[in-house]
Every structure is written in structure tokens, then in C-alpha cells.
Design a protein around this ligand. Structure first.
Ligand code: MN
Length: 500
């Protein structure tokens, strides 16, 4: 959303030993490398080249500046020449932003026929970067290493994926979430330690009584709500009974009032995400459905039944979604075990984001069958076919765990004429049976974030930056090994926890 103002700093390491002429060439070459790398950044984040770093003081100053600059969301380092790594200790220690180590050279090919010692002295990253990487490993600083010439597509893709992770981390660090009502009674996986979440991810989880929203809905004028329903009629296929003059138009007007009231509260408090809970709707007449779907489409996170972790993860993953991609709140709802490839039918009571369909949603009103309120308006559509993944964030008591399952979103093979909610149908990897077994062994939630666009590499980079375990379930998952992975990871994360 606001990523165009953000920056990644490109830092080049060297030392004064080489003399003025060589250092001038180092600077020229690193500017070119930076400019080439910038061509691969698809998110709108700017890559900012900084003057070559040659002393411990300059390194430390630059790292402190990167850490305090609100627009800087990550740092790329490259040791063009030999930059003795003791010079980097204080700077690396001061760095509070994600780090990528680019291991590259100015030239892609060696000039075999003309190569001399001047060339060798200028092009030393092969050992300069190893000296630096030794220190980063010794200091146990989480970072991504990308190796290759910046003109290579794979180098650009890997850096681009990491930049999206930096956007997500920046979102997480500044995330504010409004909970309307508390967690659903007795439910375990949607609950968790909000203090630990703020310490680890930066997110601030804040609670409002649901009548804060209900009162704001009452304050929305009929004319403002009517105007919004006109927009609905332009953007979506609105059911005849809900259109202006239709028998149930009032339901749509009330849905529009919920949207306007929610936007007012979220904008006033600078919130990025929200939760609702159908168990506690106060004086609200409908469960918010259409409003939540429209907010999600604008980048807000959402979780049902007070599920603040999924809501926050959705806001983060939406910030990491490349333009044109789709990311939604989702729930594993019901299964098709066969015949044919077993599938999951995912949906929620109402709240699925329309960014995951290419079709024009319809707006309809139907009974909810739960909660005892008036029939809520909602968008109805089916997610478009795509590869994708479902991701959850769970609180294991002593730590948070991200779980990701690779999926194939498919068109339903039959019509669903009586299902009045938005839905997605998918085939999990490696199979429904193995995926569900692995997911449950890992303690994964029924609520997830479904994306057809956030790459697995971005999620891996995000987890590393967030120092959070990422359990992956994909085509290569083997249950016997998976059980061992979970056991090893459990031991590792307990050992790796800092002493408090
Ligand atoms: Mn739910």
C-alpha cells in the first residue's frame, strides 16, 4: 500500500588500503550493481545506494542510521573488496533491520585473456564476502545470502522475494489491530499471548467493546449509506431484492452503514486489522460480512471469532502480496474425500476476500443460522484456479509457529447452487490425507490465510527475519521425516530461546 515511500539501503564494504583510484572504481562498480539489482524490485520499494564503507566508524554510523530511519526497511551488504570483518562487528550489532548479503561481482565473466593483478585486486568479493559472512555467522545474525551476478533472473527474483518479506516485517512492526469483542468462548487455537506477540512481531492488539462499533453504525446517515449502496451496484452483481426499491434494500443499507462505521474507527485509530465475534454482536443487527470482505480487499487483516493472530497474519501477508495477487482469510470447512482427487472446501460464515477471484462477485442476503441476528449481506463468489498456499500462525505456549501448506486451488467440478457464501476449493500437497495429518501434528489452526501470490520464498524470508519457526508441508513432505522435523525443531527452539 505505502511501499513506494520505503527504501532498502545498498551498502558496499571495502577499506582504505586500496588507495583513492581503486576505491573510485569500487564506488562506480557498486553503483552499477545496485542499479541493475533495482530493476528486479517489483514492489515499488526504492533501492538506495550509499557511499562505500571503509572504516568501522562509518559502518557503525550507517547501520545506526538505517535502524532509526522509518523509511529504511532493510539493508543489503556486499563486500566488493576485502573489508576486514572486525570493522563490521559494532555496525552489525547496532543493526535493527533485516539483512541480505549479496555475494556478487561487478562483472559476470572473467576476462581470461587480459586478466592481471590489477583486475585481481579490484575484484575480491569471492574472499571478501567470505570474511564478512564468517562474522555474520559468528554473531548469529539472521540474514539471507544471495549468490550470483545481478543480471541473472534468479538473483533478482530472490532479492525481490526478500524485499516483500521486509515490507511484511515493517507492517508487522507497526501493526495495530482492533478487536471488537473478545475471543470466542472455549476456543483454544484462536487465543494466545498478545504480549509475546508484541515482543516478537511488534504488533499491538487492542480491544474494543462491540457496542463501540454498534454506536458508530447508528451514527451513519441514511444518505451516506444509500450512496455507498450505489457504489455496490456499480461494482458487483447486486441481488434484485437488495437493490434500491427492492424488498430487502434496508439490509444492504445496514451493511453499508457497518462498512462506513468500521472504516471510520479503523482510520481514526490507524488500525491495519480487526476481528469480530458472532457470539458477541451487542446491538449490531447483522454480523459484519460484506463490510469485512470490502475491507480485506483494501488490505485490512481480519479474523473471525476474535482470531487476532490470523487477522494480523492476513494484514502482513496482504502487505507482501504482489500487485494483482489475492490473499484472504480462510477456514478449512468441509472435505470431499472422493471420488476423484480429495479436496478441501474452504469458506467462512461470510468473510472471504474477493481478491482471490477473477469473477464479479454477487451481493446476496441469506440467513446465517447462527448468532440469532438479522440476515447478513455478503459477497458470494468462487476462488479462481491457481497454485497457492495456506498459512497459519499458532501459539505453542513457549513460542509462535508458522505453518504453510502448498495447495492447488481448483474450480469446483460441480455447481454449488445452494451454498450462499464465498468459497475456495483446493487440493493440498502432497495429498489431503498427508497434509491434514501433518497440519494437525504441527498444531495448525482451522483458520488460515490463503494466498495465490505471496511466494514460499517470501514466507521463508519473513519467518527468518521474525525469528519464528516455519513448518512447511508440500510435495516433498514425508510423514515419518515430518514427525522427526517437529521433534528436532521443538528441541532447537527451546535451546535457541534466549535466557530470560
Ligand atoms: Mn471461524
Amino acid at each position: 500500500m505505502e511501499s513506494s515511500a520505503k527504501e532498502i539501503w545498498f551498502l558496499t564494504g571495502s577499506q582504505n588500503l586500496y588507495g583513492e583510484q581503486t576505491l573510485k572504481e569500487v564506488a562506480e562498480q557498486s553503483e552499477k550493481v545496485s542499479a541493475e539489482l533495482a530493476k528486479g524490485i517489483s514492489s515499488g520499494v526504492k533501492l538506495v545506494w550509499k557511499p562505500v564503507l571503509k572504516t568501522p566508524d562509518a559502518i557503525k554510523r550507517t547501520m545506526l542510521d538505517a535502524t532509526s530511519d522509518d523509511n529504511c526497511i532493510g539493508v543489503i551488504t556486499w563486500m566488493h573488496t576485502f573489508s576486514p570483518a572486525k570493522m563490521w562487528i559494532a555496525g552489525l550489532d547496532a543493526l535493527g533491520k533485516p539483512l541480505l548479503h549479496l555475494h556478487t561481482q561487478a562483472g559476470q565473466s572473467l576476462p581470461w585473456g587480459t586478466i592481471d593483478m590489477d583486475f585481481m585486486n579490484l575484484n575480491q568479493a569471492a574472499h571478501g564476502d567470505r570474511e564478512y559472512a564468517h562474522m555474520v555467522s559468528r554473531m548469529a545474525i539472521a540474514r539471507k545470502i544471495v549468490v550470483g551476478h545481478p543480471s541473472e533472473a534468479s538473483v533478482k527474483t530472490r532479492v525481490d522475494a526478500w524485499v516483500y518479506a521486509c515490507i511484511g516485517w515493517n507492517k508487522s512492526q507497526n501493526l495495530k489491530l482492533a478487536r471488537f469483542g473478545d475471543n470466542m468462548r472455549y476456543v483454544s487455537v484462536t487465543d494466545g499471548d498478545k504480549v509475546s506477540a508484541q515482543m516478537q512481531f511488534g504488533m499491538s492488539i487492542e480491544q474494543f467493546g462491540v457496542n463501540t462499533l454498534a454506536t458508530e453504525v447508528e451514527n451513519v446517515s441514511d444518505s451516506d449509506a444509500e450512496a455507498l449502496t450505489t457504489t455496490y451496484e456499480e461494482l458487483y452483481e447486486v441481488a434484485e431484492e437488495l437493490k434500491a426499491g427492492g424488498a430487502r434494500h434496508d439490509s444492504l443499507v445496514y451493511g453499508a452503514k457497518i462498512e462506513l462505521a468500521l472504516r471510520k474507527i479503523l482510520e481514526a485509530g490507524n488500525f491495519d486489522a480487526l476481528t469480530s465475534n458472532f457470539e458477541d454482536l451487542g446491538t449490531l443487527r447483522q454480523l459484519p460480512g460484506l463490510a469485512i470482505q470490502r475491507l480485506m480487499a483494501d488490505g485490512y487483516g481480519f479474523g473471525g471469532e476474535g482470531d487476532w493472530k490470523t487477522s494480523a497474519l492476513l494484514a502482513i501477508m496482504k502487505s507482501m502480496t504482489p500487485k494483482g495477487g489475492g490473499t484472504s482469510f480462510m477456514e478449512d470447512y468441509t472435505y470431499h474425500f472422493g471420488p476423484g482427487t480429495p479436496k478441501v472446501l474452504g469458506a467462512h460464515m461470510l468473510e472471504v476476500c474477493p481478491t482471490i477471484t477473477k469473477a464479479k462477485p454477487t451481493i446476496e442476503v441469506h440467513p446465517l443460522g447462527i448468532g440469532g441476528k438479522e440476515d447478513p449481506v455478503r459477497m458470494v463468489f468462487t476462488a479462481s484456479a491457481s497454485t497457492g498456499r495456506v498459512v497459519c500462525l499458532v501459539d505453542m505456549g513457549d513460542r509462535f509457529r508458522l505453518i504453510c501448506n502448498e495447495i492447488e486451488i481448483v474450480e469446483p467440478t460441480e455447481d454449488l447452487p445452494n451454498l450462499p457464501v464465498a468459497r475456495a476449493v483446493w487440493e493440498p500437497k502432497p495429498s489431503l490425507a498427508e497434509s491434514a495429518e501433518a497440519w494437525m501434528l504441527a498444531g495448525g489452526s482451522h483458520h488460515t490465510v490463503l494466498t495465490n501470490a505471496v511466494s514460499i520464498e517470501t514466507l521463508e524470508d519473513f519467518a527468518r527475519i521474525a525469528k519464528t519457526e516455519l513448518v512447511q508441508i508440500d510435495q516433498d513432505t514425508n510423514l515419518r521425516n515430518f514427525r522427526k522435523e517437529l521433534a528436532f525443531a521443538s528441541a532447537y527452539h527451546r535451546l535457541a530461546e534466549p535466557l530470560r
